[in-house]
Design a protein around this ligand. Structure first.
Ligand code: SF4
Length: 216
């Protein structure tokens, strides 16, 4: 086994401090992992897909030490760390070990596509305060055309989350994706999500290259 595996080191494309109102409650730091199973046409963070992108490696302990500089902000505002990327649920063991370092002092938010094996979600859910789930579109044809992968796993995981997690702590993003879906498609996605008992929906429109891109 390599030293990296022993130390559970993971690559990050960025660590952004002092975020307010975008990644959950209070002051948060976004820790963005490198790597994602999807290939979204309008990906905001193409660096996370680029094998040659510059990355910074952390172990759970070294990331915790790095983020401690904002401990007072996190505790005073009820904030903490948002794991994004890329796809944080490709690194469930890293997040579990990071949570052990925090000992519950900081809130943990996970921003995910949920297009990962169910056991990864099951590892992370008990220690996550809030999920932000990037549904994209519930229609598998639209989803596959946009991301290059089926959303069957997303819905399996979403059903598990509905049954085993506090749905009030899940925000689901259902964007209009220019050239891929319509307002009607978004309505259908929202109905399917509501059927599972989720009510916190974030609707917005991806902006394409003419006006700047907004994606997960
Ligand atoms: S937009 Fe998000 S889910 Fe899609 S490829 Fe980029 S990082 Fe992955």
């Amino acid at each position: 086994m390599t030293d990296k595996l022993v130390r559970n080191e993971a690559p990050f494309i960025g660590v952004n401090r002092h975020r307010i109102g975008v990644d959950g409650e209070g002051v948060t730091t976004l820790a963005a992992f490198h790597g994602c199973p999807l290939r979204c046409r309008y990906c905001l963070n193409p660096a996370c897909l680029d094998a040659d992108a510059p990355v910074r490696s952390f172990t759970p302990e070294s990331l915790y030490r790095q983020l401690q500089i904002d401990d007072l902000y996190f505790v005073a505002t009820g904030g903490g760390v948002c794991f994004g990327g890329g796809e944080p649920l490709l690194r469930p063991e890293f997040i579990r070990q990071f949570h052990e370092c925090c000992t519950g002092r900081w809130k943990i938010t996970v921003e995910t596509s949920l297009n990962v094996p169910l056991p990864s979600l099951q590892t992370v859910a008990p220690l996550t305060n809030d999920f932000i789930v990037d549904i994209k579109d519930a229609n598998d044809g639209i989803y596959t055309a946009y991301t290059g992968k089926s959303n069957a796993q997303v819905w399996e995981n979403l059903k598990w989350l509905a049954a085993h997690y506090d749905r009030a702590h899940v925000i689901l993003r259902t964007p209009i994706i220019p050239e891929f879906n319509t307002e009607k498609d978004v309505e259908r996605s929202v109905l399917m999500i509501n059927d599972l008992g989720f009510e916190k929906i974030d609707r917005f429109t991806y902006r394409t290259s003419q006006s700047g891109t907004q994606s997960s």
